[in-house]
Ligand binder design. Structure first.
Ligand SMILES: [Cu+2]
Length: 249
């Protein structure tokens, strides 16, 4: 098989794969303004699981078939290798490679889209400031309220949490919303999530930060908007009537 045939074969498989991947990417980029981080990661996880199962089942069937078809039928039987034609040998290598590559490229692009959404906080987000310390979290609200190991947010609005640390490296991980980011001393990072229903969740530190690391967690309380506004009114420092930007709903 000549060099030209190999090139032709590569071109034959790669063109539709690149074309299809780009098409899917373009369609997704033109989609809604953002997907929420949790929905995005869940979707990616489901797709990954489906792909792994489909690929695993196909491989299991082919392997089982070959094991049975070419099994030794008598103790003295010796095998004889069939020589593959070059085109067949290339096919056996290139076809699976392109199938895997197409899947990898697709999942990679999908991941980029979710990553873009996770790094772009929606404009109307409510912002709280979280500071990690050994061993707990201090949460500051734009209305001047401060809570310890408890974060209250209104339902139905994207929530941005800015992250910093007053001593060593900590993390804020909110498993129910699939978001996590390090809290580093001397610099400010952020994460965001979108609570669609009222309820209680846990946030916790996942960076080993000292002897009481395992006790470093807090409660995230997603409140109905009216209840949240009432809580803000009751707890904000007296004389502070004007919320800062990113404040009450
Ligand atoms: Cu910590």
């Amino acid at each position: 098989m000549g060099k030209r045939s190999v090139k032709r074969l590569v071109g034959l498989f790669s063109t539709p794969i690149i074309f299809l991947s780009s098409l899917v990417y373009a369609a997704k980029m033109a989609g809604p303004e953002y997907t929420t981080p949790s929905e995005g990661w869940d979707e990616l996880w489901r797709e990954l699981m489906i792909d792994i199962v489909v690929i695993g089942v196909i491989f299991a069937i082919v392997t089982t078939y070959l094991l049975i078809k070419y099994r030794r039928k008598s103790p003295n039987e010796t095998g004889s290798a069939t020589k593959l034609k070059p085109i067949a040998a290339f096919g056996w290598v290139l076809i699976p490679v392109f199938i895997f590559m197409a899947d990898d490229i697709y999942l990679g692009l999908e991941n980029l889209i979710h990553w873009r959404d996770f790094r772009n906080v929606p404009q109307n987000a409510y912002t709280v400031e979280a500071t990690g310390r050994m061993w707990g979290y201090e949460i500051k609200y734009p209305e001047g309220i401060t809570t310890q190991n408890e974060m209250r947010v209104p339902v139905g609005r994207p929530i941005q949490v800015t992250l910093q640390s007053s001593d060593v490296i900590h993390t804020m991980f909110i498993p129910d919303y699939r978001v996590k980011w390090d809290m580093l001393p001397g610099t400010v990072h952020y994460l965001w999530f979108y609570p669609k229903e009222a309820g209680e969740h846990v946030f916790t530190c996942t960076e080993f930060c000292g002897v009481l690391h395992s006790g470093m967690y807090g409660k995230l309380i997603v409140m109905p908007v009216d209840a949240f506004n009432k809580w803000v009114d009751e707890n904000k420092p007296k004389g502070e009537n004007k919320p800062k930007e990113g404040g009450a709903v």
